[in-house]
Design a protein around this ligand. Structure first.
Ligand SMILES: [Zn+2]
Length: 50
């Protein structure tokens, strides 16, 4: 398990809290990547090593 963090949009001047449900989840050799879409249109991607 890893910590639940509050994600915020990385877009400059935005900083909104992102929906905790990722828009897209995919895995590759680096781990699990989660893409969150903000209402401003920016995508924030996190990588969780599994
Ligand atoms: Zn945003």
């Amino acid at each position: 398990m890893f910590e639940e963090l509050t994600l915020t949009c990385e877009a400059e001047g935005c900083g909104r809290d992102l929906d905790p449900e990722p828009a897209l989840v995919f895995r590759d050799v680096g781990g699990e990547r989660r893409a969150y879409e903000c209402v401003c249109g920016a995508i924030t991607v996190t990588v969780a090593k599994t």
